[in-house]
Write a protein that binds this ligand. Structure first.
Ligand code: ARG
Length: 458
């Protein structure tokens, strides 16, 4: 296929170079936004008198036809035309001749691709935000059912203090709220039109950048044409926020993997979201959460890949930057599929409340409450800690729980212990008394759920 730069060249591009350097096999994904950008550009060119109204109309009609052809799958993308931008432009010129040949006036693929990627990400980020909303709704629904479900809270993966399941789940809700905000922030910074920066220096033609930006619903135009076409920080920010979101999903999934083990036995995963073994008939494997964990690594890889690709690139555009798309597209696909499958799966998980409650009350999980009891009687916390530490060691050696000791025995550890201590030793009473702001008391957790529910009403 004849290249747009054929004028300056005497030899054809080597076949191996065409195969090596083409991007249309993956950047064809940008076709819709590429056409959207081109239509806005053509309108601006006509408004400014750079092309005629008729030419603009011909171009726009042609581009709309091409969109239909791509939709139908009848447009053949040609790798010798490198990328989606040149494929669409060539199709337009085939269709409309001289008018189509004017579309690329006051434009370069450099500002075109910077524009397309922003338009594309803007749409995808909106979809990702909607998926986070749905996922959070599911978490909230689950939390509503489990404000009174006791479970052991862990630090260092050792039983620490009892909490309610809703509180644990809402911790994830809060994390995803911040991820959502980060996506919104990225969206705001992305809403700057690079179009009109052209190759890197701007143009001598009388374009109206603000008009195109308005047509494309961008907040503003970039203030420096070199920056506009050189940077990919908006794409890196998107992958970075995605990596953070994936990290959060991976932690939730790790909980699910652990909780579904025989050893924990806290949950049973729904059949529809688990797989069996081809050899061991008894197995039910948590493949979905495992894959989420695994795919998290993939998104981290995308982040490191795109950062490394951009590292130390001299200004302005360099062809290296074509390599931004694969990690960006892969990240979009991964994050969307993860959020969707988790939102589908979570409501069907069966929690074994009895087993969780039993685990919550074992392992001296209320030892801190005993220390706080002594503090409330005036004992310095450090002393109280030591007293209860000795008590725990004594009980541990005898295979006893604190509540197994008679009051007389308890008083050997501190004369301040009274019978009312026994009421504090259950996991249920422990959580009920965690009423400090943000604590795990079921009353507070239920209140937080109501607040979050109200905040989500449109
Ligand atoms: N396919 C290219 C990319 O994705 C478009 C920009 C090409 N610009 C150039 N000067 N060769 O980066």
């Amino acid at each position: 296929m004849k290249k747009p730069w054929a004028g300056r060249f005497q030899k054809e591009t080597a076949k191996s170079v065409e195969t090596f350097s083409e991007s249309v096999s993956f950047d064809r994904r940008l076709w819709r936004v590429d056409i959207e950008g081109s239509i806005a550009h053509a309108r601006m060119l006509a408004k400014q008198g750079i092309i005629s109204r008729d030419e603009a109309l011909t171009i726009i009609r042609g581009l709309k036809e091409i969109a239909e052809e791509i939709q139908r799958g009848s447009l053949h993308f040609d790798a010798s035309l490198e990328d989606v931008h040149m494929n669409i432009e060539a199709a337009l010129i085939r269709k409309t001749g001289a008018a189509g040949a004017k579309l690329h006036t006051a434009r370069s693929r450099n500002d075109q691709v910077a524009l397309d990627l922003r338009l594309y990400l803007r749409q995808e980020i909106r979809e990702i935000i909607a998926l986070i909303d749905r996922f959070q709704e599911v978490i909230l629904g689950l939390a509503r059912r489990h404000t009174n479900t006791l479970m052991p809270g862990y630090t260092h993966m050792q039983r620490a203090q009892p909490v309610v399941l809703a509180h644990h789940l809402l911790a994830y809700f809060e994390m995803f709220s911040r991820d959502r905000q980060r996506f919104e922030d990225a969206l705001g910074r992305m809403s700057v039109s690079p179009l009109g920066a052209c190759a890197l220096a701007g143009t001598s033609l009388p374009i109206d950048r603000k008009y195109v930006a308005k047509l494309l619903r961008f907040g503003t135009v970039s203030d420096n044409s070199i920056d506009a076409i050189s940077d990919r920080d908006f794409a890196i920010e998107f992958v970075s926020v995605s990596a953070m979101t994936m990290m959060h999903t991976s932690r939730l999934c790790e909980d699910l993997v652990l909780w579904s083990t025989e050893e924990f036995g806290f949950i049973e995963l729904p059949d529809a979201f688990a797989t069996g073994s081809s050899i061991m008939p008894q197995k039910k494997n948590p493949d979905v959460p495992e894959l989420v964990r695994g795919k998290t690594g993939r998104v981290y890889g995308n982040l490191v890949g795109i950062l490394t690709m951009m590292k130390a690139l001299p200004l302005s555009y360099n062809r290296d930057m074509q390599e931004d798309k694969i990690p960006v597209f892969d990240t979009v696909d991964t994050v969307k599929s993860v959020l969707a499958v988790l939102a589908d799966m979570l409501p069907h998980i069966k929690f074994n409340r009895r087993r969780m409650a039993e685990a919550a009350s074992r392992g001296f999980s209320t030892a801190t409450d005993v220390a706080e009891y002594l503090v409330s009687k005036g004992v310095p916390f450090r002393t109280a800690h030591e007293v209860v530490g000795r008590l725990v060691r004594f009980c541990g050696e005898g295979g006893l729980a604190i509540e197994d000791l008679p009051i007389a025995k308890l008083r050997e550890f501190s004369p301040l212990f009274q019978k009312d201590l026994y009421r504090l030793l259950s996991a249920r009473s422990s959580v009920a008394r965690k009423r400090s702001a943000g604590g795990t008391s079921p009353v507070l957790v239920a209140k937080r759920i109501r607040t979050l529910g109200r905040a989500r009403k449109p």
